[in-house]
Ligand binder design. Sequence first.
Ligand code: BGC
Length: 244
Amino acid sequence: MKILGIDIGGSALKGAPVDIKTGRLLAERFRVETPEVVTPAAMAKIVAEIARHFKWRGPIGIGFPGVIHGSRILTSANLHPKFIGCDGGKLFAKATGCPVTLTNDAAAAALAEMRFGAGRGFKGKTLLLTLGTGIGSSLCYHGMVVPCEFGHLQVHGKSAEYFVSASARKRRDLSWHKWGTELGEYIRTLEQMLWPELIIIGGGVSAKSRKFFKYVKPRARMVPAKFLNEAGIVGAALSIGRHD
Ligand code: BGC
């Protein structure tokens, strides 16, 4: 079965049709930069442009960087505040004319990694973190994926993602060593509460795991996401029918 997966991110929207039996992209992904200030209406136009690019007329799964209850968006830490309270499922379905399932972006990434990627076949407690503009998080256990918001763990009165997301490394101009060490402190704090057996690191920076994994020193086994930055697209497609 083919589903159009779209990953809405702080820096870009990416989409591609996905074969949900194999987790493979069926066409080259289409990427549109996220404009600096983008209202829900403007975002809906970009989502419609992606659907048009693939001449799409079927179900669409969308990963969104915020808390989703049902199809409603409850938080928007790195996008326009107007998304808060908006029924994203309805908005994007109206814009594309297609049925839409909306899910948290990190939950989408976790669905892809646990089904086809770095966590394939593993049933034990797994923490997936996506390091990008923010920090996305999900807990996985015996095939269940639970969206979480560990990026907003409070550190010095701010969300942890403000200090240790991938974009924070660039903004703070940190070396891999310094950033990896701070990321390690954050991850060990999470481990203290969650005790995962496996930690999967996703987001664009996971392609550079050799540069910083050695400084993190978690208790659990830690691996880069297999889909690297594409987990969001594949997982968004897999989320069809799911309700967060
Ligand atoms: C949001 C999460 C999202 C993460 C990664 C955070 O700021 O609150 O919902 O998963 O960023 O995009």
